[in-house]
Design a protein around this ligand. Structure first.
Ligand code: GLN
Length: 500
């Protein structure tokens, strides 16, 4: 007689293996990103506007490659091989950044450092494409399709993401970000490289033992699809965007990849909507995924100011001294991870309690709430910087409040969105539609970099940046842009939510 498959309480051990792997990988991604703009401005001598666009270009490309990585793993490599390859590439990328930053000196702006910077970031962009979509989808594969523990599994996994972000951000801020010591940034990158090696080793050690379905079948060893050439419609524009984006990362031509992103989305839509096997209801569900993905662009574009304009703000405009000790500017981004780890179980309890009373809001309503909370965070900030005298620094209370509200918003929008995409996508297009979600992130991160480049620099004598005819003359104007855009998106999404 066969034993019943896995205990119904608790989670399979494989979840904790994926948790640990993703924790180390996010340590590496967020740890590096936390100090990136400061490294670019203080060691690489880029100006803030340029560094902002560079940051947006990089993170945008990071979210573009999962479409390619997902395609290769679905058809050729399987999840495991893709994760190992991606992990090794990302570790290599971090060590390359370490080499770039070690070159820092009086000749810091010299060619070799710059080339190594591009090479390192490029390697990580490709590595992430193999890693991220595969680790996210493996979580669900450990359970049988109807298992109700899946939502909880993704919540636990999301906590792993943020625990990694917390550890990475703390370590890189403390060892790499010290005012007046740009030569220290390299230790941050080295730590991130080591973290990525650890993640890859842990995964390699446990994959055979723990990654199986409840029935004992190995997960992610073989590809799940075969054939299907239509994917090329979506892949080609993305590949092109990737190549051009990388070549143009440091030039004004970078925005040219935006239409290619649009083309990729059209390609994906074409593939899906011309598929004869889909029912009318399937088509409507897919439409909902596209619409919701459009709205989240406004969320992430404002949210991902954290390592860019909000870090410039913490660096220059905020009083960072606590008990006589001056905190590094980059460490404040940590608040997001702390609030998410603490808040995720609370939020899950709130939804369950509301669910029991049949009062749980529908997913699009939760996401509209996320956007509203994001607007509220920037509104608090507007109060903080209103009529600010030159040379006066703002209390850190405002940034802490902003991160609190943003994290609450993230919890309403991000895990909910992931599971919405999972639930609505027809099985045969599940990875492709997950890639649509990531493409929304790519567009949003690009926009985030662009928006941060409009950060009004009090020291600059250049004319005030202009956005759609609106002059951004001070920090109040700058933060107000996010209040308005997020609030408008929240209201629109709320209005159409019952239709969705
Ligand atoms: N913080 C989450 C992660 O790192 C979600 C990021 C996103 O979708 N932009 O996976």
């Amino acid at each position: 007689e066969q034993a019943p498959p896995a205990a119904s309480t608790g989670h399979p051990k494989g979840l904790y293996l994926l948790f640990a792997t993703e924790m180390w990988e996010r340590f590496s991604y967020y740890g590096m990103r936390a100090v990136l703009v400061l490294f670019l401005t203080k060691a690489m001598m880029m100006d803030k506007a340029f560094a902002s666009k560079f940051y947006g270009g990089y993170t945008s490309l990071v979210y573009l490659t999962p479409l390619i990585g997902g395609y290769i793993s679905d058809r050729y490599w399987g999840n495991r091989r893709s994760i190992l390859t991606g992990g090794l590439l990302m570790a290599l990328g971090q060590f390359t950044l370490f080499a770039s930053a070690s070159n820092y000196g009086p000749a810091s702006t010299h060619e070799l450092s710059h080339w190594l910077l591009y090479l390192g970031l490029g390697t990580m962009i490709v590595g992430n494409g193999f890693f991220k979509p595969n680790i996210s989808s493996m979580v669900g594969s450990l359970y049988s399709p109807a298992d109700t523990r899946k939502d909880a599994a993704y919540t636990i996994f999301y906590m792993g993401i943020n625990l990694g972000s917390f550890l990475g951000n703390t370590i890189t801020s403390l060892i790499g970000d010290k005012d007046g010591h740009p030569e220290l940034f390299r230790w941050a990158f080295l730590a991130c490289g080591i973290a990525m090696v650890l993640g890859t080793l842990v995964f390699n050690w446990g994959k055979g033992k723990y990654l199986h379905t409840p029935e004992g079948e190995q997960v992610g060893e073989t590809p799940v699809h075969s054939g299907g050439v239509k994917g090329i419609f979506a892949l080609l524009p993305v590949l092109l965007a990737l190549v051009l984006g990388t070549l143009w990362l440091d030039s004004a031509k970078f925005p040219t990849i935006a239409p290619l992103l649009g083309l990729a989305v059209v390609g994906i839509a074409f593939m899906i909507f011309t598929d004869k096997s889909l029912t009318g209801a399937d088509v409507q569900r897919v439409l909902v995924i596209f619409i919701v993905s459009f709205f989240v662009v406004f969320f992430w574009a404002a949210f991902e100011q954290a390592p860019a304009s909000l870090t410039f703000f913490a660096d220059e405009q905020m009083n960072r001294t606590i008990f006589g000790y001056e905190l590094p500017a980059s460490i404040f981004q940590n608040l997001n991870a702390i609030f998410v780890v603490a808040g995720a179980p609370l939020m899950a309890m709130v939804w369950t309690a509301l669910g029991r009373r049949k009062a749980e809001p529908a997913s699009p309503v939760k996401m509209a709430m996320g956007l509203a909370l994001l607007a509220a965070g920037y509104l608090v900030m507007c109060f903080g910087v209103h009529n600010l005298m030159p040379g006066v620094k703002v209390s850190m209370f405002f940034l802490v409040a902003l991160y609190f509200l943003h994290s609450a918003g993230e919890l309403c929008l991000s895990p909910i969105g992931l599971s919405l995409v999972n639930k609505l996508a027809p099985l045969k297009f599940s990875s492709l539609l997950m890639a649509v979600w990531f493409l929304a992130n790519a567009a949003a991160n690009y926009l985030a970099g662009y928006m941060s480049s409009l950060y009004p620099d009090p020291k600059s004598t250049a004319p005030a940046p202009v956005l759609l005819g609106f002059h951004i003359t001070n920090l109040y104007d700058f933060f107000l842009v996010f209040v308005v855009s997020a609030a408008v998106a929240a209201i629109l999404l709320f209005v159409i939510s019952s239709k969705l």
